[in-house]
Design a protein around this ligand. Structure first.
Ligand code: AR6
Length: 178
């Protein structure tokens, strides 16, 4: 078996639709994989209508699931669409949220991708408290990425300074705990 390599995890403030140095960006999708608000709005608008068309036969997906498509007019190679849990509705929310990150990284590694950018899944319209979501997201990425053969960089792209700082502090805490 090939040796796995150390994966860098970074947390930045930015727009998930504008990450040109990244192989695959992750969409906080709806079950129908069509344009929505927040991340799904930003990515589908930037990608153009071809993304919705490619998604149609892949839908619907279930909470925790991930599917991969081309990136159309986005400056990336792929989009990985994840349906996060609606907080307090899709249970167990923590396991379903972790499954999103695990399944997305599995698809990225299957496609031999070296870099993936995630938004903070489920923390907008789906109501997941960001502190809890950040811990689950970062812990899952730290664990799963150890078993990826190709991955070198995972970037969390957060919409404001407060969210970016929260993710950086959570990452530091988890790295000290491990
Ligand atoms: N770049 C990075 N982060 C963003 C961006 C952006 N361009 N836009 C919003 N965020 P959400 P969810 C942040 O609602 O909770 C959609 O309508 C945002 O501040 O996009 O998984 C879909 O159609 C928040 O912290 O995703 C679904 O129905 C986080 O990204 C539903 O909402 C996720 O917010 C999915 O809800």
């Amino acid at each position: 078996m090939a040796a796995t390599q150390q994966v860098s995890i970074e947390c930045i403030k930015g727009d998930i639709a504008n990450q040109p140095d990244i192989d695959a960006v992750v969409n906080a999708a709806n079950a129908e994989l069509q344009i929505g608000g927040g991340v799904a709005g930003a990515l589908h608008r930037a990608a153009g209508p071809g993304l919705g068309e490619e998604c149609r036969p892949l839908a619907p997906i279930k909470p925790g699931q991930a599917v991969i498509t081309g990136a159309h007019n986005l400056p990336n190679r792929y989009v990985i669409h994840c349906l996060g849990p609606v907080y307090g509705v899709d249970e167990p929310s923590d396991e379903l949220l972790a499954a999103c990150y695990r399944n997305a990284l599995g698809l990225a590694d299957d496609h031999e991708l070296t870099s993936v950018a995630f938004p903070s899944l489920s923390t907008g319209a789906f109501g997941y408290p960001m502190g809890e979501a950040a811990r689950i997201a970062l812990m899952t990425v730290m664990n799963v990425s150890q078993n990826c053969q190709h991955l070198q960089l995972v970037r969390f792209v957060l919409f404001n300074d407060r969210a970016a700082e929260l993710h950086r502090r959570t990452l530091e805490t988890l790295q000290h705990e491990s």
